[in-house]
Design a protein around this ligand. Structure first.
Ligand code: HEM
Length: 425
């Protein structure tokens, strides 16, 4: 691995043969050295689990892209995380993300327009206002936890606006979103999924009791929509498709929980990773000053490659097949490590370096190329771009003033505490 010194704070520096099935696998940063060995020596590797039936790990960029496209061979319809689910659990917790075409395509058509580049582009000025407010306040506070004060606030406040949720409810929503998706970190939930008995909640999204309140909230939104209120894009989502299909109440509730989970910490951790990078490589901040919109778009993509906040998604083999000399059996779990693909030197030149002008950038943080490519991709890119732009405009220096720490999760990679000082320009 190329040692570009400061990059190690974002990763483990030695190959400790990390158990990728463990929720502790990423809590000292990403095990890039382990992935590097796997890409080199065993790119389609069988990994055992303490509690589970084992899974294939796909770690090379080209294999991830190829297999992610092959919707006939690899299905999302038996779960998308490493954990095993019973058919009953799967049915109760399923969202459209856990379905395959054509079922998936029908549903996706219901929501696509609401999150298109054009639709989210309408929020650019509001994103800028919120970002400017958060940065200016952080400058006043001198020493801050940038994840908490900036990165954690913006994505949910924006999502709340877009889906028509009152500003006053956002912090409640962020807390519940955290409890859902950060279900392995005791800082965010009392029901740590691999530590306490969550059997009672096994039919809820993420086995989390937070989903009960979120379901109630979603029911309230449904009432508002039916009463003719403007609930932002959620009104669009409840419109019939061209074929006349309308989302059911259950689908709506699960979709709402998915948005609150997916829209919450992925963008947060991309922003946190960006601020961490700007603190440790000040020349990056300099290079952003006066950059054109096009240059900022390119820079944001590179930061999202660097951050790779969703480490993997899982599929299940629909048939026996041979791949790279391995025999994958029908029903086997196959894990696509997007994070590893983003550091694959055969696809990405000098992948441990941040090149804000990287072009082309074949990064796969959003699952690009697959049928489930991220719905919130344009929104996330826009937010990260504006954060970079406003930091460059308002901040002279970002200094890291104490050690940072990582979320406990093998699904989401993120700096959950980032003590920094921002100095005004
Ligand atoms: C940098 C930020 C983000 C990253 C890295 C990210 C990553 C991903 C990835 C890798 C997938 C593909 C899953 C698969 O292949 O099974 C995905 C799907 C999805 N994302 Fe994101 N996401 C981000 C932001 C967002 C935001 C802001 C939202 C909500 C507004 C969102 C909502 C979704 C939804 C609903 C899906 C499921 C799409 C489908 O199954 O068709 N994401 N995301």
């Amino acid at each position: 691995m190329t040692d570009s010194s400061w990059a190690y704070p974002f990763s483990r520096s030695t190959d400790e043969h990390v158990d990728l099935s463990s929720q502790d696998a990423f809590n000292q940063g990403a095990p890039f050295a382990t992935f590097e060995r796997m890409r080199r020596e065993d790119p389609v590797a069988w990994c055992t689990e303490d509690e589970g039936r084992g899974f294939w790990s796909i770690t090379r960029h080209q294999d991830i892209v190829r297999l992610n496209r092959d919707r006939n061979t690899l299905s999302s319809a038996q779960g998308i995380r490493i954990e095993d689910q019973s058919p009953e659990e799967y049915e109760a917790r399923k969202t459209f993300q856990e379905t395959d075409p054509p079922e998936h395509t029908h549903f996706r058509m219901l929501v696509n327009d609401a999150f298109s580049r054009k639709s989210v582009g309408r929020f650019e000025e509001r994103i800028r206002e919120i970002t400017a407010e958060l940065i200016d306040r952080s400058i006043q506070m001198v020493d801050i936890d940038a994840t908490y004060e900036i990165a954690r606030q913006l994505p949910m406040r924006m999502l709340a606006q877009i889906i028509g949720i009152p500003e006053a409810d956002t912090s409640w929503l962020v807390d519940n979103g955290d409890a859902l998706i950060s279900n392995a970190d005791p800082d965010y939930t009392d029901f740590v999924v691999d530590k306490v008995d969550t059997e009672e909640y096994r039919l809820l999204p993420f086995r989390s009791p937070a989903a009960v309140e979120l379901f109630d909230y979603a029911n309230g939104l449904l009432k508002r929509i039916r009463a003719g209120e403007d609930v932002g894009v959620l009104n669009l989502v409840m419109q019939p498709t061209r074929e006349g299909k309308v989302m059911s109440d259950g689908e709506f509730r699960n979709f709402f929980c998915l948005l609150v989970a997916a829209g919450n910490d992925t963008t947060r951790f991309s922003i946190a990773a960006s601020i961490h990078a700007l603190a440790n490589q000040p020349e990056l901040l300099e290079s952003l000053r006066g950059a054109s919109t096009e240059q900022l778009v390119t820079a944001a993509d590179e930061m999202i490659r660097w951050a790779s906040p969703t480490t993997h998604f899982r599929r299940t083999a629909t048939r026996d097949f041979d791949y790279a000399g391995k025999q994958v059996r029908k029903g086997d779990k196959v894990v696509l490590w997007f994070l590893s693909g983003n550091r694959d030197e055969t696809a990405i030149d000098s992948p441990y370096e941040i090149k804000l002008d990287r072009k082309p950038n074949p990064f796969i943080s959003f699952g690009q190329g697959g049928p489930h490519v991220c719905l919130g991709m344009y929104l996330a890119r826009l937010e990260v771009r504006i954060v970079l732009e406003e930091l460059a405009r308002r901040v002279a220096r970002v200094e890291q003033v104490a050690d940072h720490s990582y979320l406990r999760s093998n699904f989401i990679l993120g700096i959950k505490r980032l003590p920094v000082r921002l100095t005004a320009r």
